[in-house]
Structures are given as structure tokens and as C-alpha cells.
Design a protein around this ligand. Structure first.
Ligand SMILES: Cc1cc2nc3c(=O)[nH]c(=O)nc-3n(C[C@H](O)[C@H](O)[C@H](O)COP(=O)(O)OP(=O)(O)OC[C@H]3O[C@@H](n4cnc5c(N)ncnc54)[C@H](O)[C@@H]3O)c2cc1C
Length: 453
């Protein structure tokens, strides 16, 4: 099937309406459009023919069972904040299953049980109500299900662990419509639910999760540092990331900061030029400013050229505004986004060489680089790209030559699937394919994501 004929769409929509309620089935293009294209504007359709909005796990199971019987392809969708084209339909015959209606929420002492459609901001609120915190902290506000499916990380992940580390239990619907759960406790033997973090909607549809909460730090202090070189920045990252008071070390290159300041009309936070900037955050239950100053004092002389300190909420937020302004400014130019990581040993080389490597194949491109420095992550934003495949291949080639990962925290999705065979270790790829075949033999869940074929 390559196309859904209008008559077939109507018949299918009424069938789904009978199964889960007609108000949960969208076919009006004005309504389906919002679920059809991703946030980058690069992936998806103008308007998917059918979007389903189940209200319960039982609804999701009904949808999956019916779709398995009729060989219908499903695209699980969360908040649609993903950046690799994985949560939107690529072909008109693919049916979007939005998890926005799965909104149960139950607090427990030290953990919560939430539906897949609860947002991360809402989990933070639930945690705060208990005087605790949730370990995942992103500039975006994804759903719980989407964040687990992509195994999202963020600036504090090197301390708190990725999304998978926050999960105590999961409930999910299989490709055949079976509801499986280890909420409230584990299952004996092999448990496929544990394979769901990072599976990007290809193995099952996550419907609920038990999430652990962690002790909250009540106070934060932030420094914005201009470093003498990328090598100096890496030296500083190595020292700062192991300091127990430090929770985030973010990297921004000078050209990118200038671009952000010009695009968003901001005045740079520090006086004077530096080739690279770090944003460092220290946490504590009493004012951690002294701890931060102490940590910075341990850096060798000459590394830091200039700095600004945010020791109260307003000045701290003002410094983060520059780091958070990177995606905001880049997104105004519809960039090609490639999220990669390299070991810190090769990080300086990567940051220095990438702009040239890219302009070698795509002369007019502006490369904006920033990322979660603590673990060698780089959000590569390429502006004015004419040939995305050539630009991506040049980037991934450099990443591979430095022993890095072509997909860091955003996932492989649809946009990087064509390179999975080339850049994933063969044995790991074989295991992933075998698992996919076992759990979804007809390839109905998120076809084209992670695996190109
Ligand atoms: C400004 C900005 C900043 C960001 N910062 C970060 C960051 O710091 N770190 C980071 O890791 N990511 C970041 N992201 C990327 C994005 O927020 C994450 O990938 C997020 O986890 C996606 O969740 P979502 O709910 O939006 O899922 P979607 O985008 O809707 O879907 C993402 C993938 O998960 C699958 N999926 C969604 N829900 C389910 C479900 N219930 N069951 C099974 N599969 C499902 C989809 O099929 C798709 O493959 C950022 C994005 C933006 C726009």
C-alpha cells in the first residue's frame, strides 16, 4: 500500500471511531496538520490522513490489535519535539497515534506513576511538591513516553543518568496489541519492556511509567567563562565535570555566540572575545557560589580569559538565556541538525575541524556548534545546506574518525536511519534487527525509524 484512497480513509476512520470513539479520530487536515510535521519542518507530511488520540492504555491496545490484523502502519507520537523525524508520518498510509490523551498521574513517596502523555515539566512539578527533583532536565518539554522512547539526556544527564535511568517500571502495548506492564515491580526472566528506552517507537508503544525522583538541590550558581582555546575548554571540562558540586558544563563556540546575540538581539554576557565559552553550574543546599568559585580556582592559570557569575536566580537565568538561545536562534534559519558526540580526547579537534570539513563539501554553509560538553556532545546546526546528505556524511565521517557516535541524545530516528548500517557496530545492529523482527515481525511500528529498510 502506498497511498490511502479517500474512501478507504473514511471507512478506516469510522472503524477506529467505533473502536475508540469518533472524537478520538482526526481526519480533518486542519486538525491533523499539527501532528504531521516535525518541529524542524524538514520531516513529515503537510497533513496525515488519520491521527488517533487514544484516551487510555486499553484504547492503544485496541488500535494496535486492529492495526496488526489489517497490516496498518502506526507512528507513536509524544510532544513532537523530536529532532530526527521519528515521531511524524513519512508516508500517507502511516497512522499517527498521539499519546497526548494518556494523562493519568499518581504520586508516591519518592516516585510517581504517570501516563505517557504527561509532560516532563509536570513531572518536575510533581517532584517539587514532594521536595524532590526529576533527574531529566531539557530545554524542550517532551512527554514522558517520548522522552523514554528517545532515551533523552540533556545537560545534567552525566550526573543524573539518561531517561532510562529514571525509569522504575513501564507499561506498554506491543505491536500485536498486548498490554505488558512491570509497573510497581519487576517481572521474572527476560523483560522486553526494559528494551523500550531508546527504541524510538519501533518495538512498542509506551503508555505509562514509574519514574524515580531524586533529592533536590535548593540552590544553584552559574558561571559563564570565556576560554583561551578549545583545548583549554576541554582541560577545564575534564576538571570541572568531576567536581561533586558541578552539575552541568555546556559548550558554545564564539562564532555561535555572536550569531545568537545578533539574531536574538542580546548583549554578550562577558566583556572581550574568547574562542570558546563554557557555562558551568554548581548546585547545593546552601549557596554553592563559593563551591563554584573554588572549582574555578582549581583551573590552571591562563585558561579562563573572562567570566560572568550568576549567583541569584535572575542573574543565573540571564546566563542560561545565552545557551538556550542557541537552538532558538538556529531554528529561525531551518538548519540541518546533527546531534553527535565524540570522546573528550577528540572533542577539541572535532570542534575546530568541523566547519572546514563541512564547507569543503558545502561552501556556503554556516556551522553553529554547541552542546553538553561534560560528555563530549555537539549539537551541530548547519545553516544554508543545499545537500543535506553530503553535509551529514562529512560530519559523520569526522565523528567516526575520532571514535565518536553519529547519534548522541536525539536518537537515530528517520533522518539518520540510512547511516545506521554504516555507523552502528555490526553485532549490535544484528541484535537490534533480531529484536525488532521478534517483537514486530511485520514492521508495523514506526517503519523507517532506526532501520531504513
Ligand atoms: C529546543 C529543544 C531542545 C532539546 N533539547 C534536548 C536535550 O537537551 N536532550 C535531548 O535528549 N533531547 C532534546 N531535544 C529533543 C527532544 O525534546 C527529545 O528527543 C524528546 O525526548 C522527544 O520527546 P517527545 O515527547 O517530543 O517525542 P516525539 O518527538 O513525539 O517522538 C520522538 C520519538 O519517540 C517515539 N515515541 C514518542 N512517544 C512514544 C511512546 N509513548 N511510545 C513509544 N514511542 C514513542 C516517536 O515515535 C519518535 O520516534 C530537544 C528538542 C528541542 C526542540
Amino acid at each position: 500500500m502506498t497511498k490511502l484512497e479517500p474512501g478507504y480513509i473514511r471507512a478506516l476512520a469510522s472503524q477506529f471511531g467505533r473502536l475508540i470513539g469518533s472524537d478520538c479520530v482526526l481526519t480533518d487536515p486542519d486538525l491533523t496538520a499539527g501532528y504531521s510535521r516535525d518541529i524542524t519542518g524538514r520531516y513529515g507530511l503537510d497533513a496525515a490522513p488519520i491521527v488517533l488520540r487514544p484516551r487510555s492504555t486499553a484504547d492503544v491496545a485496541t488500535i494496535a490489535a486492529f492495526s496488526a490484523k489489517e497490516s496498518l502502519e502506526l507512528i507513536p507520537q509524544g510532544a513532537n519535539s523530536g529532532l530526527v523525524g521519528g515521531g511524524v508520518p513519512r508516508f500517507p498510509h502511516q497512522i499517527v497515534v498521539s499519546t497526548a490523551g494518556l494523562r493519568t498521574a499518581q504520586p508516591h513517596q519518592g516516585w510517581v506513576t504517570v501516563g505517557a502523555g504527561i509532560t516532563i515539566a509536570e513531572v518536575h512539578e510533581m517532584a517539587r511538591a514532594q521536595g524532590l527533583a526529576y533527574g531529566l532536565d531539557l530545554y524542550a518539554n517532551p512527554f514522558v513516553g517520548g522522552s523514554i522512547a528517545t532515551n533523552a539526556r540533556g545537560a545534567r544527564a552525566y550526573r543524573n543518568g539518561d531517561s532510562a535511568r529514571q525509569v522504575l517500571g513501564l507499561e506498554a502495548v506491543s505491536a500485536f496489541g498486548a498490554i505488558e506492564s512491570n509497573l510497581g515491580g519487576g517481572q521474572p526472566g527476560i523483560d522486553w519492556l526494559r528494551m523500550l528506552p531508546g527504541s524510538e517507537g519501533t518495538l512498542g508503544i509506551i503508555t505509562a511509567a514509574d519514574l524515580r525522583l531524586i533529592p533536590a538541590f535548593t540552590q544553584r550558581a552559574t558561571a559563564f567563562l570565556g576560554l583561551a582555546s578549545m583545548e583549554a575548554a576541554v582541560q577545564a571540562i575534564e576538571l570541572l565535570k568531576d567536581n561533586p558540586a558541578v552539575e552541568a558544563v555546556e559548550v558554545m563556540l564564539s562564532a555561535g555566540l555572536q550569531f545568537v546575540c545578533t539574531t536574538l538581539n542580546l548583549t554578550p554576557p562577558v566583556r572581550g572575545e574568547a574562542p570558546v565559552y563554557l557555562l558551568v553550574e554548581a548546585v547545593g543546599n546552601s549557596n554553592p557560589t563559593d563551591l563554584l568559585i573554588e572549582a574555578l580556582g582549581e583551573l590552571p592559570d591562563g585558561l579562563v580569559l573572562n567570566d560572568a557569575l550568576g549567583d541569584d536566580e535572575t542573574s543565573r537565568r540571564a546566563l542560561w538565556r545565552f545557551r538556550e538561545g542557541f537552538p532558538e536562534a538556529c531554528n529561525q534559519f531551518r538548519p540541518l541538525k546533527l546531534d553527535v558526540s565524540v570522546p573528550l580526547a577528540g572533542y577539541a579537534k572535532f570542534m575546530a575541524q568541523l566547519p572546514e570539513v563541512v564547507t569543503h563539501v558545502e561552501p556556503g554553509v554556516t556551522t553553529v556548534l554547541f552542546g553538553h560538553g561534560a560528555w563530549g556532545n555537539a549539537h551541530v546546526n548547519l545553516i544554508n545546506v543545499q545537500d543535506p546528505v553530503a553535509a551529514a556524511e562529512a560530519t559523520f565521517g569526522l565523528v567516526a574518525s575520532l571514535g565518536g557516535n553519529f547519534a548522541a541524545e536525539h536518537g537515530i530516528g528517520f533522518s539518520k536511519a540510512r547511516w545506521a548500517d554504516q555507523y552502528l557496530p555490526p553485532e549490535r545492529l544484528r541484535q537490534m534487527r533480531d529484536l525488532k523482527h521478534l517483537l514486530d515481525p511485520n514492521g508495523l511500528l514506526n517503519r523507517g525509524v532506526i532501520f531504513a529498510d
